[in-house]
Design a protein around this ligand. Structure first.
Ligand SMILES: Cc1cc2nc3c(=O)[nH]c(=O)nc-3n(C[C@H](O)[C@H](O)[C@H](O)COP(=O)(O)OP(=O)(O)OC[C@H]3O[C@@H](n4cnc5c(N)ncnc54)[C@H](O)[C@@H]3O)c2cc1C
Length: 521
């Protein structure tokens, strides 16, 4: 404890802080703040389950840079699929064309003879496209590694958001157009037609409940509403979409005029539902369960890296057969009281090594603050790995890694996989205070071995560092040849946005920029 206090005092004495090393030598100077991580075996700490205080309980594996090609060859790597990103877009587009094509083949265009029939036809088309779009989203969000590998979770989440709202608009349009169409054709009011639907048509009541769920999910996903809800509550409500899809399916078959007398259409839709359900079941349930049985992951130690930042070491059986890459993340579920029902994403903070998985977690909310209550021996279930923030995305021999705060975690792991080549790597590590800097000793050691440069940009904006600490001017000075490098950035969304604008201004091509955002859209 006394040692920890002493370290803190040391750090506060440091003046401002953008430091770098001249011409390719590591930016490590003697007498600078002591590193937070230990280079030897570090003391393990875990929390007393009740008092929430950290107690020393064991020891974490000793850190050793494990970059040998031999070691990497002995580890399983995620499977690479032959699909290209345009292939999946084409398949989805072709599916949509098929849906419209079947609608036309069923003679719907010829029905556009009067207002009632035209409204009903529009109702039918919006229903078909809305349902198709909902199923495409189930596939996109099924956590299938081949989808993840094509686009990365950030882009998928962006499309999901956009398509999600489009789906709800189409489903609402379906309800309005169909009811209005039937009302006009039958000479009834909109309200009495709705009552007729609910009373006499099979499964339509279920479909109305499904529509209400779709609307509820859209409402809670509007940014203003979402900001007011915790991620857990929002996600829980979001999961009701699966119920909505199931509830709406029977009315599609029973009263959907597009399916009358066309076994091909029925086969197409049933196949779509089955594929979507199988993907969700496989990647969200079966594969994680199989991985859990095979690898039997457990927490082996928890160490403190900085105030409010803990590393969790996880060991298990046959870890060298668990396919993952530095820069990727898993979704973690800890099987302990108060934890087991929550799944949170964390990046690997050490490259795969066949001995342990390490994640490093900053306390920002309920779940991350409670991590300190976990104890060694706790079972862990993982889903993944996910993410395309890996060294195989590199196009150029030289790279710049830019980390904001706890966004250092995947970059720390990535460093181990980058080549030992003088001047090939520049790391810019932005933190608000020296207390927040983690892995300093590990980073310094890894960089020393690689002949790279670290710039620590530490301090409060507008005080110790400029208001825009990573402005184009600063980046150009820190990395004069930035245009000839791949840039890997990880951190909170605002930081990613700011650095992205700086890189645009400098003229770094988009294809050279790789981002990992520590929040889904
Ligand atoms: C791909 C990825 C990798 C990440 N890697 C790391 C890491 O290595 N170290 C680290 O400290 N943090 C990491 N994070 C962030 C971490 O997942 C969140 O800080 C954590 O889930 C917050 O949970 P909470 O209940 O403590 O906080 P809350 O107050 O509930 O949430 C804070 C914010 O975290 C996000 N969040 C919360 N729960 C989830 C969830 N289940 N899934 C996705 N986002 C969520 C939301 O944007 C929310 O606004 C990563 C996030 C992502 C998306």
């Amino acid at each position: 404890m006394a040692r920890r206090r002493e370290r803190k005092t040391d750090r506060r004495r440091q003046p401002v802080v953008t430091r770098s090393a001249p011409g390719g030598t590591p930016a490590i100077r003697h007498g600078e703040p002591a590193a937070s991580g230990q280079t030897g075996a570090s003391a393990g700490v875990a929390a007393g389950p009740r008092d929430g205080q950290l107690h020393i309980v064991g020891s974490a594996p000793a850190f050793a840079a494990r970059s040998s090609v031999k070691l990497r060859r002995s580890l399983a790597a995620p499977r690479s699929w032959g699909l290209r990103s345009t292939d999946l877009c084409l398949i989805v587009f072709a599916g949509a064309l098929l849906v419209v094509g079947m609608w036309v083949r069923h003679g719907q265009l010829a029905n556009l003879t009067n207002a009632g029939a035209a409204l009903s036809a529009a109702g039918q088309l919006t229903a078909l496209l809305g349902t198709y779009s909902a199923l495409v989203q189930v596939v996109l969000m099924s956590r299938s590694p081949w989808v993840d590998q094509l686009y990365g979770i950030d882009r998928i989440a962006g499309w999901h958001r956009w398509l999600g709202f489009a789906t709800v608009y189409m489903i609402c349009a379906h309800v309005v157009f169909t009811t209005a169409g039937y009302a006009v054709s039958n000479g009834q009011s909109f309200v009495s037609e709705t009552t007729t639907f609910l009373r006499t048509y099979p499964f339509v009541l279920m479909a109305y409940v499904a529509t209400a769920i779709f609307v509820l999910v859209a409402v809670v996903s509007v940014r203003a509403a979402r900001r007011r809800l915790s991620h857990g509550t929002w996600h829980f409500i979001h999961l009701y979409i699966y119920l909505a899809i199931v509830l709406s399916f029977p009315h599609q078959l029973a009263v959907g005029t597009d399916f009358e007398r066309d076994p091909v259409a029925v086969g197409f839709w049933v196949a779509l539902y089955v594929v979507a359900a199988l993907l969700v079941l496989s990647f969200r349930v079966v594969i994680p369960a199989r991985m859990a049985r095979r690898h039997r992951l457990r927490i082996s130690a928890i160490t403190e890296e900085a105030p409010g930042v803990l590393s969790v070491y996880i060991t298990g059986r046959e870890l060298n057969a668990l396919p993952m890459r530095a820069g990727q993340f898993f979704k973690f579920r800890f099987l302990a009281r108060g934890f087991w029902w929550r799944v949170h994403p964390f990046s690997l903070s050490a490259a795969p090594n066949g001995e342990y998985i390490r994640i490093t977690v900053k306390a920002v909310g309920d779940f991350t603050s409670a991590i300190r209550q976990l104890v060694p021996g706790t079972r862990v279930i993982v889903e993944g790995p996910y993410g395309i923030f890996t060294a195989i995305r590199r196009r150029l021999p030289r790279v710049v890694l830019i980390a904001g705060g706890i966004g250092i975690t995947p970059l720390r792991a990535l460093l181990e996989e980058l080549p030992l080549q003088r001047n090939a790597i520049v790391l810019i590590y932005r933190a608000r205070a020296w207390e927040d800097v983690v892995f300093q000793a590990e980073l310094d050691q890894l960089m020393r071995e690689r002949g790279g440069v670290i710039h620590y940009v530490v301090g409060r904006r507008g005080h110790e560092v400029p208001l825009e600490p990573l402005a184009p001017r600063v980046l150009r000075v820190l990395v004069p040849d930035i245009l000839d490098r791949d840039v890997f950035i990880c951190g909170p969304p605002e930081m990613l946005l700011g650095v992205g604008e700086s890189l645009d201004a400098i003229g770094v091509p988009a294809r050279q920029i790789h981002r990992e955002r520590f929040a889904f859209l």
